[in-house]
Design a protein around this ligand. Structure first.
Ligand code: HEC
Ligand code: HEC
Ligand code: HEC
Length: 102
């Protein structure tokens, strides 16, 4: 019985996680000198098929705990640059307008 209860708890947790996955952290707008950027959870999770753990907690925590990163640091693999390096995804060295809106 104990074992069944544990499995049930796991299923409930997984289902709850699934419900969260549809929402994720939503759309995140980062204001900066290069023009506002929009980060879309939907596009990265549903669109690109990334797991939450691809970014959390290694790269990001929350908007309140955001650590500002420069483009130079991104080119060295920080923040968006961990993937937007021209291999995993389009590079932070170009395509500025894909991320920045004036
Ligand atoms: C491609 C990277 C990436 C993936 C994958 C990702 N997130 Fe995020 N998440 C972010 C970024 C960027 C932020 C904004 C944090 C910041 O401003 O420093 C964020 C913020 C959040 C926040 C906080 C929102 C707020 O209002 O502060 C939550 C909650 C969150 N994510 C949940 C999730 C969940 C759940 C998943 C998986 C379904 C997920 N994230 C997948 C990048 C990602
Ligand atoms: C993959 C998305 C992405 C691409 C591509 C990108 N940026 Fe950014 N950029 C950001 C994000 C996100 C921030 C804000 C970072 C933060 O707040 O931590 C930022 C910040 C900046 C800043 C302010 C910080 C600094 O480095 O002075 C400037 C200026 C900037 N970007 C210019 C550019 C230019 C020019 C390009 C094209 C060569 C570019 N960006 C390409 C996402 C991107
Ligand atoms: C864990 C890896 C990862 C991180 C971190 C990440 N991205 Fe992405 N992103 C992807 C992948 C994969 C795609 C889809 C492939 C592509 O478009 O090159 C994508 C696509 C995008 C697109 C869609 C471009 C288009 O027009 O189709 C935008 C915009 C974008 N990312 C912005 C950002 C910003 C801004 C950040 C940082 C706040 C960020 N991404 C961090 C992996 C990542």
């Amino acid at each position: 019985m104990r074992r069944i209860a544990a499995v049930t708890a796991l299923v409930v947790l997984t289902t709850f996680g699934g419900a969260l996955a549809a929402v994720g952290g939503g759309d995140v707008v980062l204001k900066n000198k290069g023009g506002d950027t929009l980060f879309s959870h939907s596009l990265h999770v549903d669109g690109a098929g990334l797991e939450c753990t691809a970014c959390h907690d290694k790269l990001y925590l929350s908007k309140g705990q955001h650590k500002k990163v420069t483009m130079k640091e991104m080119q060295k693999g920080k923040s968006c640059g961990a993937c937007h390096n021209g291999k995993t995804a389009f590079s932070v060295k170009g395509d500025c307008a894909k991320c920045h809106k004036k």
